[in-house]
Design a protein. Structure first.
Length: 159
């Protein structure tokens, strides 16, 4: 990720921005759908699932034309928008499944204690989801210096 001079190459900045924006949007959307008991919450979930009915390779040309009409065809914001557009629906579905593993009693207890929806999100949902996300297979299963791994997900960890 770093070049020989120790500086992050400019091409990686849009990717990191898209990753951060997509993570924030998907965490907020999954909280709204799974924890706030919205009446039309399944509509967002079904819309996210519907985006995978059309392969992303069919959407590249129309997406390029849209970005070109906005004047973003040679701009890092187009990369950020593409990352968020194509990755957020899957992240919403994944995080919604993770959220189903968190008991609703934690939310109810926090609301009895006077917590608002924002406090429930920041103090209960976000820390628990961060732990679930970090323990998923999307993160490296063993860090440098670790000799024992709880999951045999790669040949380096398998004992």
């Amino acid at each position: 990720m770093r070049d020989a001079g120790g500086v992050i190459p400019p091409a990686s900045h849009p990717w990191l921005g898209g990753l951060a924006l997509g993570a924030v949007l998907s965490l907020l959307a999954s909280f709204a759908v799974s924890r706030m008991r919205l009446t039309k919450g399944s509509l967002l979930t079904n819309a996210a699932l519907l985006t995978y009915a059309i392969p992303a390779s069919f959407l590249f040309v129309p997406y390029f034309r849209i970005m070109h009409s906005y004047g973003l065809s040679d701009n890092p914001w187009a990369v950020i928008a593409a990352q968020v557009t194509f990755a957020t629906p899957f992240a919403i579905l994944l995080l919604q499944l993770y959220a189903s593993l968190i008991p609703f009693e934690l939310d109810d207890a926090a609301r009895v204690d006077g917590a608002s929806a924002g406090q429930v999100y920041l103090r209960i949902y976000l820390p628990l989801m961060t732990l679930r996300w970090r323990s998923s297979r999307f993160t490296p299963c063993c860090s440098p210096g670790t000799t024992i791994c709880s999951r045999p997900c790669c040949s380096r960890c398998a004992t």
